[in-house]
Design a protein around this ligand. Structure first.
Ligand code: AMP
Length: 280
């Protein structure tokens, strides 16, 4: 497996791979890789001839008060994990490679990015769409794999790809969870044992909603109320939102249309912001 640090080198490689007729699969990440990320790499390896994992803690998707500086960085361990999961290349550019001095171009999706995460993190998706568009231009993938864990990110990227005619197929991998239900996340390492225990209420709220839907419940009010109630039992949790939305538009829905609704949760677990969701 090869590590690439410069944009120029990555573009030359992408050109070479494509001219040989290889299907390029891209897995964008911010590193601190866990099994959830690795499952996306394996998914890419099933569908592509050459798998490129990008590792870049993208500053433009963090607000000034967020955890950009403390976000875990462990490139060496990540590279070993990528190799084990079947990646062929790791593209790990420096900040200056992606945002050279004087950088001034941004991409904003102006509808799907607005609710939910967009309310409390108004500049977040602008950073995501900008860096993903750049990674598409640099790595020229045929397919790009994203995790359902970030449901709104998936919807925003799919909208950007459709609106801007990127010739990239978006593949969505399921959310990987710890054995007790907690969605895997690089941010889980911020949690103390007590916080981690209380954080189980998030997945429990989602699973309860799934069970209610399986038993025939469709109404948003009932599902949101029950999930909110479960979260409210934990004194360290502060709910940011519990919302039933359309999987593609992120607009609120009043009733579950099976397969098309997402119950999305964001909370503060004391100083750590956690998100999770389930497709209903
Ligand atoms: P991140 O490094 O947090 O930017 O995530 C990189 C990719 O991994 C994104 O597409 C995420 O949605 C995905 N991802 C994060 N956590 C999980 C998980 N628990 N299961 C599956 N995919 C995940």
């Amino acid at each position: 497996m090869q590590i690439i640090r410069s944009v120029q080198e990555m573009q030359a490689l992408a050109y070479e791979l494509r001219s040989k007729g290889q299907i390029i699969g891209l897995v964008p990440t911010m590193g601190a890789l866990h099994e959830g990320h690795l499952s996306l790499i394996r998914l890419a390896a099933e569908r592509a001839d050459a798998v490129v994992v990008t590792i870049f803690v993208n500053p433009t998707q963090f607000a000034p008060n967020e955890d950009f500086n403390k976000y875990p960085r462990e490139l060496e361990a990540d590279v070993a994990k990528c190799a084990g999961a079947g990646a062929d290349y790791v593209f790990a550019p420096t900040h200056e490679e992606i945002y050279p001095k004087g950088y001034s171009t941004y991409i904003t999706e102006e509808h799907v990015a607005k609710p939910l995460e967009g309310v409390s993190r108004p500049t977040h998706f602008r950073g995501v769409t900008t860096v993903v568009a750049k990674l598409f231009n640099i790595c020229r993938p045929d397919i790009a794999v994203f995790g359902q864990k970030d449901a709104q990110q998936v919807a925003v990227i799919q909208k950007m790809v459709a609106d801007l005619n990127f010739p990239v197929d978006i593949v969505v991998g399921p959310t990987l969870r710890e054995a007790d239900g907690l969605a895997m996340s690089s941010r889980n390492r911020y949690l103390t044992p007590t916080q981690r225990q209380e954080a189980l209420a998030i997945s429990q709220a989602l699973f309860k909603a799934r069970d209610m839907v399986a038993a025939g419940e469709r109404r948003k009010d009932r599902l949101v109320a029950e999930a909110t109630h479960i979260l409210s039992q934990q004194r360290r949790i502060r709910v940011i939102y519990v919302a039933l939305v359309d999987r593609r538009t992120m607009e609120p829905v009043r009733e579950v249309e099976p397969g098309n609704a997402v119950l999305a949760i964001a909370v503060w677990m004391e100083e750590t912001r956690l998100i999770d969701n389930i497709v209903l």
